[in-house]
Ligand binder design. Structure first.
Ligand SMILES: Cc1cc2nc3c(=O)[nH]c(=O)nc-3n(C[C@H](O)[C@H](O)[C@H](O)COP(=O)(O)OP(=O)(O)OC[C@H]3O[C@@H](n4cnc5c(N)ncnc54)[C@H](O)[C@@H]3O)c2cc1C
Length: 335
């Protein structure tokens, strides 16, 4: 049994890990520089699409499918409705996104998505969605009920194998860095290739035009009960916050090409946040200089957070090896 664990970062990855460890009886404290969940995790579109997002990498696809398979039970265990739904995914692109995808055309496609502009699209029934507006607060509350301690407004200033320094005070314990896009700027975490990838999103009033997630060549649509989310840019602009005229234009152009009838929908909100990008889009999870890191989830941190939590807890408590596809060693010269 490990001693107490100190988690750096209270996004979905850190909060899900806190929940997992607290449920396993491990004393755990989460240090969050702002408000738990206020960054990428509550901004995300909430698509759970392991097949579409695997981009042909077999181990990443298998891990994504494992994550999705556990999602419904995990969501139910939180005690709050987080809008989990297996709404399916349509991919309006020429190439099949995955061997499980079925080609829909004509009437079959019109029945599935009456407002779609495309004449053909690939259908995957099992993929899903979750409402990130409520997800992290539900995980945070469940973790706190299980005994995890959250300390907000506290920036971790340095980290080493024996603990962290935050607010000028040392906190001893086994650290796990879950600092999202900020991971590589946490002092003590050297040379990790995690960088911010800004994404801009727009929410419009729900029209019923799409009932499943729709991916196009340059964007996607995500149905929620009360709105449709249109996304998203992928921009390397450092930590520049906010939306831009060009970014919103790109998001709206891509969305309206996919579903022209959305042009009449009222705009409700626009926002942006920073994905924790990794060079190959896969998470970076494992020990770096003696410190456990769980970051770099890129476009799939919502999908992969529960699986990340259980795999990191297994590694900390039972020395179970972490997935090689996520190893930080793949970026070291010998790796
Ligand atoms: C526009 C957009 C759309 C997305 N859509 C999807 C999607 O549809 N499906 C999907 O699966 N994923 C999606 N993602 C990706 C997903 O949001 C991320 O991969 C995931 O939220 C990462 O979680 P995290 O906890 O690592 O990061 P975050 O949620 O960013 O949390 C990291 C936390 O660490 C804190 N922190 C950083 N440094 C310190 C420090 N020194 N001390 C204390 N605290 C610190 C930060 O304040 C922050 O709260 C999307 C992301 C974006 C931006």
């Amino acid at each position: 049994m490990t001693k107490n664990v100190v988690i750096v970062g209270g996004g979905l990855v850190g909060s899900a890990l806190a929940l997992e460890l607290a449920r396993r009886g491990v004393p755990v404290t989460v240090l969050e520089k702002a408000v738990p969940g206020a960054e990428a995790s509550s901004a995300a579109a909430g698509i759970l699409a392991p097949r579409v997002e695997a981009h042909g990498h077999p181990e990443q696809r298998a891990l994504g499918l494992e994550a999705l398979a556990g999602w419904q039970e995990w969501a139910a265990s939180l005690g709050d409705d987080v809008g989990f739904a297996r709404c399916g995914v349509l991919v309006a692109r020429d190439e099949s996104p995955d061997p499980d995808a079925e080609l829909l055309e004509g009437r079959a496609l019109a029945e599935r998505a009456p407002g779609l502009g495309a004449e053909r699209a690939w259908w995957i029934a099992e993929e899903g969605v979750v409402d990130t507006r409520v997800l992290v607060s539900a995980v945070h509350a469940a973790a706190a009920r299980a005994g995890a301690v959250f300390r907000s407004g506290l920036t971790v200033e340095s980290v080493d194998a024996g603990g962290v320094v935050a607010g000028g005070a040392r906190l001893a314990g086994t650290p796990v860095v879950c600092a999202g896009a900020w991971t590589s700027v946490v002092p003590g975490i050297a040379n990790l290739p995690v960088s911010p990838v800004r994404g801009q999103l727009v929410a419009v009033g729900a029209t019923g035009a799409v009932r499943s997630v729709v991916f196009g060549p340059a964007g996607y649509l995500v149905p929620r009960r009360d709105e449709t989310v249109l996304g998203a840019t992928m921009e390397n602009v450092g930590f520049a916050r906010g939306t831009t005229a060009q970014g919103l234009r790109d998001v709206l152009d891509a969305a309206l090409r996919l579903c022209p009838s959305l042009g009449a929908a009222p705009v409700l909100r626009q926002w942006s946040s920073f994905r924790p990008g990794s060079p190959d889009g896969r998470p970076i999870i494992g020990e770096v200089g003696g410190v456990m890191v769980a970051s770099g989830h890129s476009r799939n941190g919502i999908l992969l957070a529960p699986l990340t939590a259980s795999r990191v807890a297994d590694a900390l408590l039972a020395r179970r090896p972490l997935p090689p596809a996520w190893s930080p060693a793949r970026f070291s010269p010998a790796g």
